[in-house]
Design a protein around this ligand. Structure first.
Ligand code: PH2
Ligand code: MG
Ligand code: MG
Length: 138
């Protein structure tokens, strides 16, 4: 398997938001066959989308991994569940959201997994965080 660089977006707008992001960073760093290369600053952002909800803390992480996209997604969903994520409505409030934004330069289009993330073009803060991380990580 080839080691690929993967940007993973972290988001939280329920409960102790900073603690959920911190737990997520630790869990990402502990993933098998994966190196945690770094993370952007945490920023507070106004909620996007149709659901009225509280503000988010968002952050971007950069990993290098041998996990295939679907295996990585499964691991991210398990971390979300460990942080108490309950899926009620699409785009609703959540303790922790972990999204694969890009996976090397691969494209994936499967039920439940689209890479690059379809929201990348709409989220200026994601692109800014990714640029900051790329400058910072060798
Ligand atoms: N994620 C959503 C919906 N709305 N708004 C902000 N500010 N940040 C998010 O990460 C976010 C959102 C669905 O995943
Ligand atoms: Mg999301
Ligand atoms: Mg998600």
């Amino acid at each position: 398997v080839t080691r690929e660089r993967v940007f993973v977006a972290l988001g939280s707008n329920l409960g102790d938001r900073a603690a959920h992001l911190a737990a997520a960073r630790e869990a990402l760093a502990a993933l098998p066959d994966t190196t945690f290369l770094g993370a952007s600053a945490v920023e507070e952002t106004a909620p996007l989308g149709p659901v009225a909800q509280g503000p988010y803390l968002n952050q971007m992480a950069l990993l290098e991994t041998d996990l295939a996209p679907q295996a990585l997604l499964d691991a991210l969903l398990a971390i979300e569940r460990r942080e108490g994520r309950i899926r009620r409505e699409r785009w609703g409030p959540r303790t922790l959201d972990l999204d694969i934004v890009t996976y090397g330069d691969r494209t994936v289009a499967e039920p439940g997994l689209v890479i690059p993330h379809p929201e990348l073009g709409n989220r200026e803060f994601w692109r800014r965080e990714m640029e900051a991380l790329e400058r910072y990580v060798a």
